[in-house]
Design a protein around this ligand. Sequence first.
Ligand code: NAP
Length: 319
Amino acid sequence: MIWLIGAKGMLGTHVARLLTEKDLFWTGSGSEVDISNPAAVENFITSTETNYYLSSHKKFSNPKERKINWIINCAAYTAVDNAENDEEKARAVNTTGALNLARAARNHGAKLIHISTDYVFDGTSKVPYTEADKKNPTGVYGRTKSDGEDAICSSMSQYYILRTAWLYGFYGKNFVYTMTKLFNSKDEIRVVEDQFGTPTYCGDLASAILMIIEKSEKATSVFGKNSAPAYGIYHFTNEGQTSWLDFAKKIYAIGKKCGRVTKDCTITGCTTAEYGAKAPRPAYSVLSKEKIQKELRIKIPDWEQSLKEFMSDKRFEIQ
Ligand SMILES: NC(=O)c1ccc[n+]([C@@H]2O[C@H](COP(=O)([O-])OP(=O)(O)OC[C@H]3O[C@@H](n4cnc5c(N)ncnc54)[C@H](OP(=O)(O)O)[C@@H]3O)[C@@H](O)[C@H]2O)c1
């Protein structure tokens, strides 16, 4: 069975929907199963409770069916600016939580899919970051996530760490919803023009997560346990790159076309320094997807195409 952690978060909700659509056997939890507490993790993984919250519609006829063989960790302390004043809390979830899950997965023979971030890099590169590039996080959030990755790598071997960036999805606050709301309420807004990265639709990342599980399960059942896609760190974002300013302009243009933006708004650029966020952010965090494309042979949609589909979808509901 699959244990989805952070099942009610922005990405987690997308993954939960897909697991149910694909009729996979899964259970989910949020912060009521506190991953920073090793006893809570152990308790959940060994519980024989057969009707846990958010579980799929399938019911266990036998508690043994509850054996967890995959853990997907979408939980994190994600408030990047607050983390600067709250390192202890950010570390508890992002580092200790990751360590606890890695140890539990190893001890109980489960594989771990863990989500990480472009913030592990300092953003000084001029070309897309590969998985082999040296990490150098500049803020508390990035440091705690980077330490979480290291904790996993040194505790177990059967893990997939997926670094992603600039996420948006239907279920939670995100840049697309925020911009759309601002366009509909303000005459002029300013957006950062000197940070570059790739917007990523949670639905595309959720599909990649499920593809890893499916490929791994298929390969191991047909060819044995050493034939799963190679464990390790992978990058996954949509294709292409842009700045926050041009991302905002694209949201505006698409929003006008599909009726999400109903009035005129002027969008102007400002620098990171002018914007003055509390936490430092990488100026350039485009991630190379070569490794995951080669290993999983997946086609990754371009960010503009995914954004168009997202904004035209009936699930689009600003939060
Ligand atoms: N958002 C982005 O732009 C972005 C970019 C790059 C990477 N990422 C990474 O992508 C992943 C998903 O991000 P997201 O934006 O979907 O996150 P999110 O919406 O903030 O959701 C995070 C979830 O973590 C759960 N959580 C927090 N503390 C917990 C704890 N101690 N124990 C168990 N669960 C806990 C929360 O559960 P409750 O709802 O029950 O409180 C929440 O639903 C994270 O690893 C994040 O670092 C995000």
